[in-house]
Design a protein around this ligand. Structure first.
Ligand SMILES: [Zn+2]
Length: 95
């Protein structure tokens, strides 16, 4: 699903933690420190597990660049994606 490979993901998270701090960019929940992240395959992440979110979602052509990345908790990450998947029609740009 994500184009960020495993190693890159850790590197991106490290940069984001330095830039924005170890918290969710949406709800400001404090997230786990990177050096003690449990290895979990996606699907069953703890609420304070850092995930990489996109300001402009990939499905809308968001670039794979640092400025488009944000750290968020799994909850905000999946909530936002659900909204962007359809239901919301504020920019009415669906064909
Ligand atoms: Zn959050």
């Amino acid at each position: 699903m994500s184009f960020i490979r495993r190693g890159e993901k850790a590197a991106v998270l490290q940069v984001l933690y330095k830039r924005d701090g170890p918290r969710c960019c949406w709800c400001e929940r404090k997230l786990l420190p990177l050096d003690s992240l449990p290895k979990i395959s996606s699907g069953n992440l703890p609420v304070n597990y850092p995930t990489i979110d996109h300001l402009i979602p990939q499905c809308m052509g968001g670039p794979h660049l640092m400025f488009n990345y944000k750290v968020s908790c799994p909850k905000c990450n999946s909530t936002r994606h659900k909204e962007e998947d359809g239901v919301k029609s504020q920019n009415g740009n669906r064909n």
